[in-house]
Design a protein around this ligand. Structure first.
Ligand code: GLV
Ligand code: GLV
Length: 318
């Protein structure tokens, strides 16, 4: 019996790759760079199943040239890169990788929050220039984290995991978003309208998916509502923030700083951000641990096995 064909747009961690040849015919050995539009088209044309990443744009045209395709397994929790309606109309299942990356993304969110509040990266840079003169009482003062108010926009799995970590820092949590979640018994979580969350938060962390509703959710008006001492953290999707407005706000002191893992035009990061000292910039590392990236790959393979085997996908999103 011939094996089903699998198109991988990028190489995945070795423990994931190791499981593929026994079950699938790999259409081509993916190079470790984004596929060109032609390579994408050639892959989709022959594939029974695809594993793609958040930087691959899977649009209606591409899906219309994929006659055998049954499933697109997105190697990410977010799936704004895929035209879900076009997939649905062609009976192509789309899946994502929820749950397995919740903790790693929440951990990285805290790494950014702490790094920007306590000027970790600035301090490291200073040491490396060899010009640090030694300890001084007023040197490189940051902001307290413990006891401050943590604002969360989007209380899904990742938002909740970030909020839970706030408990050990004794932070009251206020959150905005469509989803209301019961506060864990001993934790002070409270839903409030977005404007109130913007106005009261000392640290504001974004955890919404990118949709037409959330594009530029944080723009000039929202930034002005924030405290001048507040920090903004984004590990969701870049376009949730109006990046030009953020640069202006950071330059003007409208807010104190930002920790960013995602950008409007990845991999381009606007020059305004790069020249600011009060931002910490990471290259989209939210889920980037070996354990998580292996689990994400295995989930993609589980979803593919289910759909090609005639069973319901485990993580269908369309
Ligand atoms: C990463 O950004 C993801 O959506 O998994
Ligand atoms: C958000 O990204 C979630 O996982 O709920």
């Amino acid at each position: 019996m011939t094996k089903p064909t699998l198109f991988l747009t990028r190489p995945l961690p070795e423990p994931v790759m190791a499981g593929i040849p026994a079950r699938y015919e790999l259409i081509s050995d993916p190079p470790d760079r984004p596929p060109s539009p032609v390579e994408l088209k050639q892959g989709f044309a022959r594939a029974d199943a695809v594993i793609c990443t958040l930087s691959d744009r899977i649009d209606a045209d591409l899906l219309s040239h994929a006659p055998r395709l049954k499933i697109v397994a997105n190697y990410a929790v977010g799936y704004n890169n895929i035209d879900l309606a076009a997939a649905r109309s062609r009976h192509i299942v789309v899946t994502n990788t929820p749950d397995v990356l919740t903790d790693s993304t929440a951990d990285l969110t805290w790494a950014l929050l702490l790094a920007v509040a306590r000027r970790v990266v600035e301090g490291d840079r200073w040491i490396r220039t060899g010009t640090w003169p030694g300890w001084a009482p007023t040197q490189m003062l940051g902001s307290d984290v413990s006891g401050k108010t943590l604002g969360i926009v989007g209380m899904g799995r990742i938002g909740q995991a970030v909020a839970q970590r706030g408990a050990v820092f004794r932070m009251p949590v206020i959150y905005a978003g469509r989803r209301r979640v019961p506060a864990p018994l001993d934790l002070p979580w409270e839903w409030q309208p977005l404007d109130a969350v913007l106005a009261k938060s000392d640290f504001l962390s974004l955890h919404v998916p990118l949709t037409d509703m959330t594009r530029h959710l944080i723009g000039p008006r929202e930034l002005t509502l924030m405290k001048p001492t507040a920090y903004l953290v984004n590990t969701s999707r870049g376009p949730v923030i109006d990046e030009a407005a953020l640069v202006s706000a950071l330059e003007a002191g409208t807010i104190a700083g930002a920790g960013l893992d995602v950008y409007e035009q990845e991999p381009t990061v606007c020059a305004g951000l790069i020249s600011l000292p009060n931002v910490v910039l990471l290259p989209h590392l939210g889920s980037a641990t070996l354990e998580t990236r292996v689990r994400m790959g295995l989930i993609c393979l589980d979803n593919i096995a289910a759909v090609l085997g005639g069973r319901p996908a485990l993580n269908r999103v369309n």
